[in-house]
Write a protein that binds this ligand. Structure first.
Ligand code: C2E
Ligand code: MG
Ligand code: MG
Length: 661
């Protein structure tokens, strides 16, 4: 008995180099398959066929090579292992292919002698390979542990022994050979463990590589500041929506915060990032209204300052009809109110547009149109705005605005209204700011910022502003006759101020209208840096020299900063309504105090815009601010109403404050 085992061991040992060589080749072949599918992973079924074909063909060729040993009990080739592996990796599909190829090779190169025994042997390995496949199926290779490997190996060893037993029982193996073949199978199974371990390591390394790759890919899909899915992720998602057949309607909602800059200044950068995360969490949370959650909203960080939400299976018309955007706005408003932050909340502005539009046919084009919609962002003062025809609707609206601008320039009659600037304590009117008040177009309200943006795009800003100066000087004549001493302010941008000769033209206009320079103030509105050109300095110097006051609008916001004030002689400094709205946030109150101190330092008057409540008026007055402008006193009024307002303000003090229009 011992001699038998020793002989069998010695024989297997002699075959070992040949067997190991074949195992190494198998490792190489499997490695090649893995590498081939690294770049473009194939569906599971295809890889199963590939493993079956590759291992089956390898087995076929090996059978040809070792044809001379086929009839001997100890065969230095790994036919059974190949079939077992084909089943393990390729399931019944791969195993089936390998089985057919191996049976064919056995019959073709080994002849019909002992064919039934060989076929039965292969069948048993086929079955056990499927059992091993079943053990590891549905598990990622990274979840598999060494004991799973051992189990698979034991299945393989047991099959070898079972096969010998069954073949012997059927009388297809001479009794004299049973022990010898059994011993050979036991020894032959040992290197198979090394093969399994090698394969396990190979698959594990490959899986780790894929995990790293996926991690990298995921990272590339996240916005670096907020960690939310970014534009790339959005593009991928939109591409899948554009590929849908039949196409379904989907809607894009773009979310921005109208008071983003002020909130950022008051609360800091980390607030801004966490705000978008909060919005995204709300979209996926239980508090989202049911009507919205049925649209399966997907949130993406569209830009640093805007989110995009895709609402699925719903058209923008339905969104409007069912008031979904308003519901979203309201529910977001509530989360901040419940957090006790009122009134220092982000003022969200929602732009709703269909994902599919005749203007764009691909996901990338849809993204660009959404960007353009945001870029031409027009603050309509309303929280939700619909563009059912997408970007084209905006373009059509803009062309009507453009024709109006051209007409105003031609006639010198832009629609101006006047918002009083009042003494905070006495309510006495000190002057007024002229503001553009365009009529709505087809029911769509048009804001001054919209008009200015269109004019700027067509290089018409200086011409438009000149027409407003002409209109305001005309109204100033009426004002001068009724209430001498009032000064009307007109807004101008750096574009006008850098036009050579601008100051002289203003001076001549006032002269021709027989008005003193004190009747006109020029408010410098800055949304971009003041051009550092000689004409700006010359115009500012000339205006100052002839007594036309300059006012620095929205000081502390945007580009209207300290260095402009330090370099040029401004008689007035104004702070923006968003600063006043947050006056009870300590950091914002300090910012207002700093602005006030700065104005005093430069001998400039200080005007607070956007005074809406008595509390704000009291706080501002308590800080030493003496002039305010805002809905608490009056909105912008047509010139005759403004003059009536002035008359009323001169009546004894018991008269009530007029309500804002
Ligand atoms: P601005 O010069 O800072 O004008 C003040 C803005 O605050 C106006 O917005 C006014 O309607 C608004 N406002 C006044 N009181 C309150 C209040 O109590 N609460 C709130 N929330 N807002 C208040 P509007 O008319 O929409 O103008 C926006 C901007 O458009 C102006 O800001 C100015 O920069 C520009 N603009 C308006 N008209 C003209 C114009 O004729 N020429 C130029 N160049 N710019 C203009
Ligand atoms: Mg202004
Ligand atoms: Mg302002």
């Amino acid at each position: 008995m011992w001699t038998l085992w020793v002989n069998a061991g010695a024989k297997e040992l002699a075959n070992m180099p040949l067997v190991l060589l074949q195992y190494t080749a198998i490792l190489g072949i499997v490695g090649l398959v893995l590498i081939a599918y690294r770049a473009a992973p194939a569906p599971a079924q295809r890889t199963q066929y590939v493993y079956g074909a590759v291992l089956g063909v390898a087995g076929y060729l090996l059978t040809l090579l070792v044809a001379e040993f086929i009839q001997s009990p100890s065969k230095p080739y790994i036919r059974n292992d190949l079939l077992f592996l084909a089943c393990l990796l390729g399931g019944w599909r791969g195993g089936g292919i390998a089985f057919v190829l191996l049976v064919l090779a056995r019959w073709q190169f080994g002849g019909s002698a002992q064919m039934p025994a060989a076929t039965l042997d292969l069948m048993l390995f086929f079955a056990s390979g499927l059992v091993a496949h079943w053990v590891v199926r549905n598990r990622s290779v990274l979840e598999l542990r060494w004991h799973h490997l051992l189990l698979v190996w034991l299945v393989r060893v047991a099959t070898g022994l079972l096969s010998v037993g069954v073949i012997a029982l059927l009388g297809w193996l001479p009794t004299s050979l049973v022990y010898q073949v059994t011993a050979l199978r036991v020894f032959g199974a040992l290197p198979a463990l090394a093969l399994l371990a090698g394969l396990y390591t190979l698959f594990r390394l490959d899986a780790q590589h894929h995990v790293l790759l996926q991690r990298e890919r995921d990272r590339g899909q996240l916005h670096p500041l907020t960690g939310l899915p970014n534009r790339r992720a959005m593009l991928d998602h939109l591409q899948s929506l554009f590929a849908e057949t039949p196409a379904r309607p989907h809607t894009l909602v773009l979310l921005e915060s109208a008071n983003y800059v002020e909130m950022l200044l008051a609360q800091g950068h980390s607030w801004a990032d966490s705000m978008w995360r909060e919005v995204a969490a709300h979209m996926n949370g239980a508090a989202l209204p049911h009507t919205l959650s049925t649209c399966r909203p997907r949130v993406f960080q569209f830009t640093d300052t805007a989110l995009a939400v895709v609402l699925h299976g719903v058209s923008s018309q339905e969104v409007e009809h069912k008031e979904l955007a308003q519901a979203l706005h309201h529910s977001l408003h509530l989360i901040w109110r419940e957090a006790g932050n009122q009134p220092h909340q982000p003022q969200l502005r929602l732009t709703v547009t269909p994902l599919h539009s005749p203007d764009h046919t691909t996901a990338a084009e849809a993204m660009r149109d959404a960007s353009l919609l945001l870029q031409q962002r027009i603050d309509l003062g309303e929280p939700v705005h619909f563009f059912h025809r997408g970007f084209a609707q905006q373009a059509a609206l803009d062309s009507v605005v453009l024709s109006q601008v051209l007409q105003w320039i031609d006639t010198g009659q832009p629609p101006m209204a006047y918002q009083p600037k009042c003494h905070l304590a006495t309510l006495q009117v000190k002057g007024a700011e002229a503001l553009l008040r365009p009529a709505p177009i087809d029911g769509t309200p048009i804001s001054p910022s919209h008009v200015l943006a269109v004019a700027a795009r067509h290089r018409l800003l200086p011409a438009l502003e000149w027409s407003t100066v002409v209109a305001v000087v005309r109204d100033a004549q009426r004002c001068w006759q009724e209430s001498p001493g009032l000064s009307l302010s007109v807004n101008i941008s750096g574009a006008s101020l850098s036009t050579p000769g601008f100051a002289e033209r203003v001076q001549a206009l006032l002269h021709d209208a027989h008005l003193p320079p004190s009747t006109l103030t020029m408010e410098l509105t800055e949304s971009s840096p003041l051009p550092d050109v000689a004409s700006v300095k010359t115009n500012l110097r000339t205006l100052h020299a002839c007594g036309i006051a300059m006012s620095l609008d929205d000081f502390g916001s945007g580009y209207s900063g300290l260095s402009v004030l330090a370099h040029h002689p401004f008689a007035e400094v104004k702070i923006d309504q968003h600063m006043v709205a947050m006056i009870d946030v300590p950091r914002m109150k300090s910012a207002i105090q700093i602005a006030l101190d700065t104005a005093r330092h430069y001998d400039a008057r200080f005007v607070a815009e956007g005074v809406e409540t008595e509390a704000q008026r009291d706080t501002l007055a308590g800080m030493g601010v003496d002039t305010g402008q805002g809905y608490l006193f009056a909105a912008a009024l047509p010139i005759q109403d403004f003059l009536a307002f002035v008359r009323q303000s001169l009546l004894p003090r018991q008269s009530a404050l007029p309500l804002p229009a």
